[in-house]
Design a protein around this ligand. Sequence first.
Ligand code: GLT
Ligand code: MN
Ligand code: MN
Length: 379
Amino acid sequence: MSDNYNHLIPQAADRFTFGLWTVGNRGRDPFGDAVRPPLSPIDAVRELSRLGAQGVTLHDNDLVPMEASQEQRNQIVRDFKMALEDYHMQVPMVTVNLFYDPVFKDGAFTSSAPWVRRFAIDKAKRAMDLGVELGAGIFVLWGGREGAEVEASKDPRDALKWYREGINALTEHILTQGYSMRIALEPKPNEPRSDIYLPTVGSMLAFIHTLSHPELVGVNPEVAHAKMAGLNPVHEVAQAIDQGKLFHIDLNDQRIARFDQDLRFGSDDIKGTFYLVKLLEDSDYQGPRHFDAHAYRTEDVAGVWDFARGSMRSYLAYREKVRQFYQDQEIQGALRRIQDLNREKSGMEDESALNWWRERGYAYEELDQLVTELLLGLR
Ligand code: GLT
Ligand code: MN
Ligand code: MN
């Protein structure tokens, strides 16, 4: 993919990041085994740096195996930090894996068992410590196992109370340790649980206001998760921005009414992606553009790097389309005409004004066609 489009070459200032688990995804699915070899965190850092990413993100166990001794852990972290320095890469966000180990099969923070809840909270605190050591300012929490299949097994009000206690323990940890870290909760409606608690951005935002330190907690919306819930990711992200709660974002793509696909960003829903990039670029969101997706299972190692390169390149291409949207005379003219019409009859309250508003057309067909043609490369 070589060309003369310099604006499609990622720069550190674009703040592109990838989870170690994304490029490290080995293509396992519920029906088939791994199709790609393991990728070491240091190799991921080197390759992503070469491709123009600004950083990587990780779960505690993407870097430090669950069974590592304290000594092994320290050595792994030392080597990793050296690689970050060598390749000028950052770790703006870390998260904790509270879903893989069978101990969490009926939930972590929302487990009915106090022992499991305590274990989950301690593990999350240690992941935060690791994050601080790596320079991360954001701690993402995706409660993948916080859900249920058998509603009779626990009262959802208890689950929410325990969830709240868990997050409160983490903000307490931030404050007692003096960390400058904020938490971003990531909603998802289902998978791997039948129903996951707090399934949308809206429910997370309402929950955040019940916490003891809501100022330390925001959201990490994911495009695919909103689509799985049948929602419009642009509106989900807009609501987070409106509340000052967009702390982080997971970029990918998803077809509706499908399993959790984690498709490459911007690869499926071209119009939806355009409006999401437009929203992010129009807003004052300064955080990372974090890709949480993976290469198709058909791909070998080379395909993984095509996936990573394509994710960033597409973001920049969409961003370029946003620039063209603002420079396009016809699009801007159509928008101006619409705004002018919206100001019609102001001050008039008679029957004729009422009828004018009833009968008027909004000319959105013309506007939408212009945007469609812009995205199709006809403009
Ligand atoms: C997992 C999930 C993602 C979360 C990651 C963070 S892990 O792959 O599907 O949406 O963001 O825990
Ligand atoms: Mn995610
Ligand atoms: Mn996901």
